[in-house]
Design a protein around this ligand. Structure first.
Ligand code: ADP
Ligand code: MG
Length: 339
């Protein structure tokens, strides 16, 4: 499935704007501030029911307006719509309301290189962990409940810590859900790295590209002892300092974290490979091919790497790449945004 048409009302700088997309690679181009990222945000709102940039609707509702509306039409003539105001929103598929937005993510899966994930995250890899959780849920739907349970328990435990209550009563449930998440993360890490190897081999890329999830603890006794050891630290920091939410996710190019050594162009190639691997894995395990959204991935690339990235996504059902200029490559659908 791919998206043929997206129409937004009162979204950031747009009062009303409609863009048509095609199957295959789409280059959405236009000057800075013309609303390219806003359109990717619109598609990810249709897909996930939330923005990849912010959790506050007031950020993306056009200034001075009180509501927004996004609608998309897929190639099989399904209409997806999100209607929202400052504090509420509703998702519709063919005009029928979706009762649980979290169940909706299987309908129109998307992959995106979010700025927060790409830009060098600090010590807490919040966005990288969030991205991996989203992919794990797409691959293994039963994990939706586990991940939700984990975050509820974590919130309750953190609130107990703050109120100086006995927060260890939450440990058994925290250990149970942490173990399930870590088991899945372990599998995910292996699978994603396998897909990456396939891509680098196919395209003769001779730089070792991989991700590493640091912190995975699969044995319940070990998790328990981690929680014991960090008791004082948890009280001192007023929060739970160990668990899958604290995993460190490293993006490695030839053994070094990309933030330390890779050039900007190398990072863009790295993210192209990673996003392609994510789309292959989700396609394989969930039988649904995600739409790939690549924000500004070509801007630091020379001609060879531009053609490499286009080649990597050549056979995907649909890829939407934002860029400031039209590009000089065949077989891509070029869309000028301010037309
Ligand atoms: N809530 C808002 N209301 C009105 N305009 C907004 C709002 N949020 C962002 N903008 C404006 O919309 C534009 C966003 O463009 P963006 O999609 O990031 O452009 P591009 O990706 O093409 O560079 C910017 O000019 C920004 O100032
Ligand atoms: Mg942009």
């Amino acid at each position: 499935m791919y998206i043929e048409e997206v129409c937004v009302t009162n979204l950031r700088s747009f009062k009303k704007k409609k863009i048509s997309f095609k199957e295959g690679i789409n280059i959405l181009y236009g000057p800075n501030g013309s609303g390219k990222t806003t359109f990717l945000e619109a598609i990810s709102l249709l897909s996930l029911g939330r923005s990849f940039k912010t959790n506050k609707a007031t950020d993306y509702i056009s200034r001075e307006e009180s509501f927004y509306n996004i609608s998309g039409k897929t190639n099989n003539n399904t209409k997806v719509e999100i209607k929202g105001q400052k504090n509420k929103k509703a998702v519709f598929v063919n005009s029928e309301i979706i009762k649980k937005i979290s169940d909706h993510i299987y309908f129109l899966p998307t992959i995106i290189n979010t700025p927060d994930e790409t830009v060098l995250e600090g010590k807490n890899n919040f966005n990288r962990n969030k991205n991996i959780n989203k992919n794990i849920i797409l691959i293994e739907p039963k994990m939706l409940k586990t991940i939700k349970d984990f975050s509820t328990i974590l919130k309750q435990r953190n609130s107990s810590i703050k109120q100086r209550e006995d927060f260890f009563i939450w440990n058994p449930q925290l250990i149970e859900t942490s173990k399930k998440i870590w088991d899945q993360k372990n599998i995910y890490e292996q699978k994603i790295n396998n897909e990456i190897i396939k891509i680098t081999q196919k395209h003769n890329i001779n730089k070792e590209t991989k991700i590493k999830i640091k912190g995975i603890t699969e044995n319940k006794k070990d998790i328990e002892s981690l929680l014991y050891k960090s008791k004082e630290k948890d009280i001192f920091k007023n929060t739970t300092t160990v668990g899958p939410h604290k995993d460190k996710i490293e993006y490695l190019l030839n053994g070094d974290e990309i933030k330390n050594k890779a050039s900007q162009g190398e990072r863009s190639v790295f993210f192209s490979i990673l996003k392609k691997a994510e789309s292959m894995l989700i396609n394989k395990d969930s039988k649904k091919e995600p739409i790939v959204l690549l924000d500004d991935i070509l801007s630091k690339l020379d001609n060879n790497n531009t053609s490499l990235v286009l080649d990597i996504f050549k056979n995907n059902k649909q890829t939407i790449i934002t860029h400031t200029e039209k590009i000089n490559f065949p077989n891509v659908n070029q869309i000028k945004i301010d037309e």
